[in-house]
Design a protein around this ligand. Structure first.
Ligand code: PMP
Ligand code: GLN
Length: 384
């Protein structure tokens, strides 16, 4: 393994899912739903396979039906218009969109500011692109993890090339507010930075929280690559259909990298996701209501078991603080948890450069059936 990748090893998700299997634990670690997405969308994939749509290499930017559906979705929900032929790119999941974007836009030595804790592929992709990551830490404040805008501003240097933003935020569940996003946008314009915004949890926001795309703020459309994924919104994480939208110039650059990573993405699933994106609003509302109910079940159970719970405004993850349980090392806690309680969780420290800042935090996923969440919280009561 080369020096750029040596520090990364096996992803925590693979390690923890393997641990769940080998110990027979309930897996609240890796974020994937235990119930597949809509039947009609699965049928759409089967129809595409049967009809021979997408069984051979689809077009590089993605099949026209899906690009049109992505463009229509951004327009319908956010009033953002993207040209179907030049400003939309279909990728192999958001993961490839992130990789291709960073590989396309970074010069070696460029600095990338990312919100810490950050999704693990960011660090590896910045490294593969020869960039330098500059984490800005979200800190607990009155029940949620917040961005310190002064710290963000201070992190920008002459070498900063781009801001890598994620809202709703994995693993903290923070949804950046309009005021926070406006400040991020102003900074990007003032310092002439590119912005990559990972919005894969755009449909998973709860209560009063609202997802606002960064690309919609003044001066942002031309400097922002927005990343989305069917995995989260339609509960098909195995399909690996994601996308990037942005200006023609930026999307053309991302496409240049994508063509040498995967060339194209899986054909028949693209047709199915095109149909999924056109589902009526009730689908998205039901998804959100179901997920909010699951959040409440898990949050209550975790609090009862003695964790401090950071109630998420978005995503399908809950970050907890384990110190009220008399613990302080999330890694050790998560490695022992299968034996102690038959549950698997993720230590947030893996998402930090400042490992000590993340040490006492542990993430649980709630995209699981309610009976599974209840069984998990029953088991966790043993920790008290
Ligand atoms: N970004 C974030 C913040 C995520 O949590 C995930 C999770 N899977 C991804 C990107 C990757 O998405 P995909 O599965 O579509 O590659
Ligand atoms: N995004 C999911 C998570 O954060 C899983 C991603 C993965 O396994 N690579 O848990």
């Amino acid at each position: 393994l080369n020096r750029r990748l040596a520090e990364f090893g096996t992803t925590i998700f693979a390690e923890m899912s393997a641990l769940a299997l080998s110990t027979g634990s309930i897996n609240l670690g890796q974020g994937f739903p235990d119930t597949d997405g809509p039947e009609e969308v699965r049928e759409a994939a089967v129809r595409a396979l049967r009809d021979g749509r997408g069984n051979q290499y689809p077009p590089g930017p993605g099949v026209p039906a899906l690009r049109a559906a992505i463009s229509a979705h951004q327009e319908r929900r956010y009033g953002l218009s993207y040209d179907v032929d030049t400003e939309v790119l279909v990728t192999a999941g958001a993961t490839e969109a992130i990789a291709a974007t960073l590989l396309a836009l970074l010069e070696p030595g460029d600095e990338v500011i990312a919100l810490e804790p950050y999704y693990d592929s960011y660090a590896a992709c910045i490294a593969m692109a020869g960039g330098t990551r500059v984490p800005v830490t979200l800190r607990p404040h009155e029940g949620s993890f917040r961005l310190d805008l002064d710290e963000l501003r201070d992190a920008v240097t002459d070498r900063t090339r781009l801001l890598l933003i994620n809202t709703p935020h994995n693993p903290t569940g923070t949804v950046l507010t309009r005021a926070e996003l406006a400040a991020v946008a102003e900074l990007a314009v003032e310092r002439d930075l590119l912005v990559v915004t990972d919005e894969v949890y755009e449909h998973l926001v709860f209560d009063d929280a609202e997802h606002l795309p960064l690309a919609g703020f003044p001066g942002m459309r031309e400097r922002t690559v927005t990343i989305g994924s069917a995995g989260k919104t339609f509960s098909f994480t195995g399909w690996k259909v994601g996308w990037a939208t942005g200006s023609r110039e930026l999307v053309t650059a991302v496409r240049s990298a994508k063509q040498f990573l995967t060339y194209v993405s899986s054909g028949p699933f693209q047709y199915a996701v095109a149909e999924a994106l056109a589902l009526p609003d009730t689908y998205f509302e039901t998804l959100r209501a179901d997920m909010r109910a699951k959040r409440d079940v898990l949050a209550a159970g975790l609090a009862e078991a003695g964790f401090e719970v950071f109630r998420p405004a978005g995503t399908y993850f809950i970050t907890t603080d384990i110190r009220p349980l008399g613990e302080s090392d999330g890694f050790a806690f998560c490695r022992a948890l299968p034996e102690r309680a038959g549950v698997v969780a993720i230590p947030n420290a893996v998402f930090y450069d400042h490992r000590e800042a993340g040490a006492p935090f542990v993430r649980f996923a709630f995209c699981k059936r309610t009976d599974v969440l209840q069984a998990a919280t029953d088991r966790l009561l043993q920790l008290r």
